[in-house]
Design a protein around this ligand. Structure first.
Ligand SMILES: [Fe+2]
Ligand SMILES: [Fe+2]
Length: 357
């Protein structure tokens, strides 16, 4: 589906470069508007957060060890070809989203003078560059390293106003945390299933993502107009878009999830639950993921995505018609999901949360 097979470094780079509805994107934004942000109303919490970045507790974490290399050499030959392809696709898409953050935060850092924003973006770009580099090393083990410089030059960029950057990156940082910690906890319970050493790095790694999310939470809470009025409709939209994308993408990797000992749907809903609980720190409305209509809608979206992929593979007039038909089903389902009742809660006085999952 979104995985035509990764057999060379060029395939991996091409895979990272692809712009589909499901693939991670690169973003650019309005730097002048970023520059005008004021986080003054949350100065104490902001300074405490920046001090954490300064302390850099993960500075020595993203290093390969001799055991790491030994484990890769021992475990990789035991993978089925399907698992191997799905795991490689997972590495490439994780790398693409890490590098997307790196590029965006770095561009903002270079283009603003606001000292608070500049400093934050520099720290986050530092972290994401480590994450991307560490993932790329695991691709290089198989001779499949992605050409990051080329990717930066040639991948399409999506322009988002700052507020959309905040909604989207806040969610992707927190969902990134939730995904990594859920996988880490699973392998803590079932070390016999851990088929690659990179998962042992996920706990300290995802604390970086959690902190990145905290930064955007503070920015949004310090500028409360971003969380009120018609913006609440955008916030609902972004939650649904992010959850739906993840649901469809994860269901395209059945072998990977089976190897992790996960039922894909249960894993996704656990990740949604964690993300939803965290996001009450900043979003006045969250999706009611327990509503059976929400689950049913996601499954319908998944069927529509599978229908589109089948029609595309078939090609010709019949394929084109089929694709258009499934696209209508998908869009209508998305709208129905969007108008489901949401959960509303007052924003807590204390913004910061601890990564306690
Ligand atoms: Fe990251
Ligand atoms: Fe991050």
């Amino acid at each position: 589906m979104d995985n035509p097979g990764i057999r060379s470094s060029d395939d991996a780079t091409e895979h990272a470069r692809a712009s589909t509805l499901l693939s991670p994107r690169f973003y650019t934004t309005d730097f002048a508007a970023m520059d005008r942000l004021d986080i003054g109303s949350l100065r104490t919490e902001w300074d405490a957060l920046l001090a954490e970045y300064e302390g850099d507790n993960n500075h020595d974490h993203f290093q390969r060890t001799a055991e790491f290399n030994e484990e890769v050499a021992r475990l990789a030959p035991t993978w089925s070809p399907e698992l191997r392809q799905e795991f490689l696709a997972f590495l490439v898409s994780s790398l693409t989203s890490e590098f997307s953050g790196c590029v965006l935060y770095n561009e903002i850092q270079k283009n603003v003078t606001n000292p608070d924003i500049k400093k934050l973006m520099r720290f986050m770009a530092r972290d994401e560059s480590r994450h991307a580099g560490f993932l790329n090393q695991s691709l290089k083990d198989f001779g499949l390293g992605v050409d990051l410089g080329g990717l930066k030059r040639t991948k399409d960029y999506t322009f988002f106003k700052p507020k959309f950057i905040f909604y989207a990156t806040y969610l992707s940082e927190k969902i990134g945390y939730a995904r990594y910690i859920t996988i880490f906890r699973q392998f803590e319970r079932h070390p016999e299933l851990r088929f690659h050493p990179i998962f042992r790095w996920f706990e300290r790694w995802c604390n970086d993502e959690f902190r990145h999310g905290e930064s955007f939470a503070l920015i949004m809470r310090a500028n409360p107009e971003l969380l009120a009025g018609a913006n609440v409709l955008w916030i609902r939209f972004f939650q649904l878009a992010v959850y739906a994308t993840m649901y469809v993408r994860d269901h395209q990797r059945p072998q990977l999830n089976a190897a992790m000992g996960f039922n894909v749907t249960d894993y996704d809903f656990e990740v949604f639950r964690i993300t939803r609980d965290i996001s009450t720190q900043v979003f006045p409305q969250t999706l009611d993921i327990e509503n059976p209509a929400f689950r049913a809608g996601l499954d319908r979206l998944l069927r529509a995505a599978e229908g589109i992929a089948r029609a595309q593979a078939r090609g010709g007039v019949v394929g084109a018609l089929g694709k258009a038909g499934w696209a209508v089903v998908g869009a209508a389902t998305f709208v129905r999901l969007y108008v489901l009742p949401t959960r509303r809660q007052p924003l807590p006085a204390q913004v910061r949360m601890a990564p306690a999952w």
